[in-house]
Write a protein that binds this ligand. Structure first.
Ligand SMILES: Nc1ncnc2c1ncn2[C@@H]1O[C@H](COP(=O)(O)OP(=O)(O)OP(=O)(O)O)[C@@H](O)[C@H]1O
Ligand SMILES: [Mg+2]
Length: 365
C-alpha cells in the first residue's frame, strides 16, 4: 500500500538463557494513510514488541515492515520518519516546554525561524501555548503527556506510534486526552498506530482495531464489526460484556441448536472454535451462544427462564443479574433506564433475543 504501512509475517523470538521464546508471530497489518489503527490485547500479548519492531527500536526476527512503499525492515529507527510517544513522558526536566518541543529540530539544525514556526504551531495544536515557558515539573500529568505528543508531532511525521500514552492518567483525564489525540489525528490527517489494553479507549477512537492474543492477531476490524461479529470466543470475551450460554446440537442434522434448558433455536452464523478455545467449553456442550447484555430483554415467550438476583442502576442503564436455568454464570441484562419494561430484583422472568443478535461458537454445531 503506497503511503501506508504494511507489516507481513512479523515474528519476534527472544532468546533468554539459551531458550527461544516466540512472543510475536505471523502478524500481518495494513494501515492506510490517515487511519487511526489500534493494537488491543491483554498484558503480555506482544503489542509493544510489535510497535517497537515497526519503529525500528527492536530487531525483526522474521517478516517485513514496509513504510510508504519502502522496505524498512532493516532501516535504523532515526531514518524511519516515525514519531513515537510512550507511556512515560520522558521530558527533559531542566528545559522549558518550548525547548522540549524544539529539541529535536535543534538537533537537526533547522533554522531558528523555522523552529519557532513549527514549535508554535504544535504548541497551539495541543493547547500548550500558555504553558510554553514552564518546566515539565510545573505541569500536570495530562499536560506533560500533551507535551510529549507535541514533541513527536513537531517533525510532522507521516506515522505516529503511541504506546499506552494515557496509562499514567486518571480515568477522567484519560477520556479527555483520548478525545484530544483523536482530534489532533483528524485535523492533521496523520496515520496513527495506537497501543492500549483498554478496550473502551480503543473502541472510542479507532477506525480499525487489531485484537492480539498471545502474540498473534486474533481479528482485525472496525470497532462495531468486532463487537457485533467477534470471530472467536477470545475476542467476544475480551471486547465488551458478553453472556455465554451452552448449547447443543439437536443431532438431527438440521443445523438447529438447543439451549441447555431445552429450547430450540435456529442458529444464525456459526463460528468454529479455535482449537485452544475448545478447552473453555463446559463439559458435554457442543458450543456456546454469545449474546450481548443489551441484546437481551424481558419477553413473555422468551427462551430463557430466570430469576433476577440483583439490579444495578448505572446512570442511563439498568443492569440486572439473572440466574438462568441451565447456565452456570449469571446472565447480565442491560436495559435503558427508561425502557417500558425493566427487571425487578427478586422476580421470575423470561428473556428473549433476536436470532440476528447472537453469535454461536462451536465445532460440531
Ligand atoms: N527483552 C525481552 N526478553 C524476553 N522476553 C521479553 C522481552 N521483552 C518482552 N518480552 C516478553 O514478550 C512478551 C510480549 O511483551 P510486550 O511488552 O510486547 O507485551 P504487551 O502486549 O505490550 O503487554 P503490556 O500490555 O503489559 O504492555 C511478554 O511475554 C514479555 O514478557
Ligand atoms: Mg506494552
Amino acid at each position: 500500500m503506497s503511503g501506508g504501512l504494511s507489516v507481513r509475517k512479523l515474528k519476534k523470538i527472544y532468546s533468554t538463557n539459551g531458550v527461544d521464546l516466540t512472543v510475536v508471530s505471523d502478524v500481518d497489518l495494513d494501515v492506510a494513510p490517515g487511519e487511526f489503527f489500534t493494537m488491543l490485547g491483554p498484558s503480555g500479548c506482544g503489542k509493544t514488541t510489535t510497535l517497537r519492531m515497526i519503529a525500528g527500536l527492536e530487531t525483526v526476527s522474521e517478516g517485513s515492515v514496509v513504510i510508504a512503499g519502502k522496505d524498512a525492515t532493516r532501516t535504523p529507527a532515526r531514518l524511519r520518519n516515525i514519531g513515537m510517544v510512550f507511556q512515560s513522558y520522558a521530558l527533559f526536566p531542566h528545559l522549558s516546554i518550548y525547548e522540549n518541543v524544539a529539541y529535536g529540530l535543534r538537533v537537526r539544525r533547522l533554522p531558528e525561524n523555522e523552529i519557532g514556526r513549527k514549535v508554535d504551531e504544535c504548541l497551539d495544536l495541543l493547547a500548550l501555548t500558555p504553558l510554553a515557558q514552564r518546566l515539565p515539573g510545573q505541569l500536570s500529568g495530562g499536560q506533560q503527556q500533551r507535551v510529549s505528543i507535541a514533541r513527536a508531532l513537531v517533525y510532522r511525521p507521516p506515522v505516529l506510534l503511541l504506546d499506552e500514552p494515557l496509562a499514567n492518567l486518571d480515568a477522567k483525564l484519560r477520556v479527555q486526552m483520548r478525545d484530544e489525540i483523536h482530534r489532533v489525528q483528524r485535523s492533521l490527517g496523520i496515520m496513527v498506530l495506537y497501543v492500549t489494553h483498554d478496550q473502551e479507549e480503543a473502541m472510542a477512537v479507532s477506525d480499525r482495531i487489531a485484537i492480539f492474543d498471545r502474540g498473534r492477531v486474533a481479528q482485525i476490524g472496525a470497532p462495531e464489526e468486532i463487537y457485533d461479529r467477534p470471530g472467536s470466543l477470545f475476542v467476544a470475551d475480551f471486547i465488551g460484556k458478553a453472556n455465554f450460554l451452552p448449547v447443543c446440537n439437536d443431532g438431527a442434522g438440521t443445523g438447529q441448536c438447543l439451549l441447555h434448558c431445552g429450547t430450540a433455536l435456529h442458529p444464525g452464523r456459526v463460528v468454529p472454535l479455535a482449537p485452544h478455545e475448545r478447552d473453555t467449553l463446559p463439559g458435554g456442550a457442543d458450543g456456546l451462544l454469545m449474546v450481548r447484555p443489551e441484546r437481551l430483554a424481558p419477553s413473555d415467550d422468551g427462551p430463557l427462564r430466570g430469576h433476577v438476583e440483583r439490579v444495578q442502576h448505572l446512570g442511563s442503564l439498568s443492569r440486572s443479574f439473572v440466574s438462568v436455568e441451565g447456565v452456570d454464570n449469571e446472565v447480565i441484562v442491560d436495559l435503558p433506564r427508561n425502557a417500558q419494561r425493566l427487571l425487578k430484583e427478586g422476580e421470575n422472568c423470561r428473556l428473549g433475543f433476536r436470532s440476528a443478535d447472537i453469535t454461536l461458537f462451536g465445532g460440531a454445531v
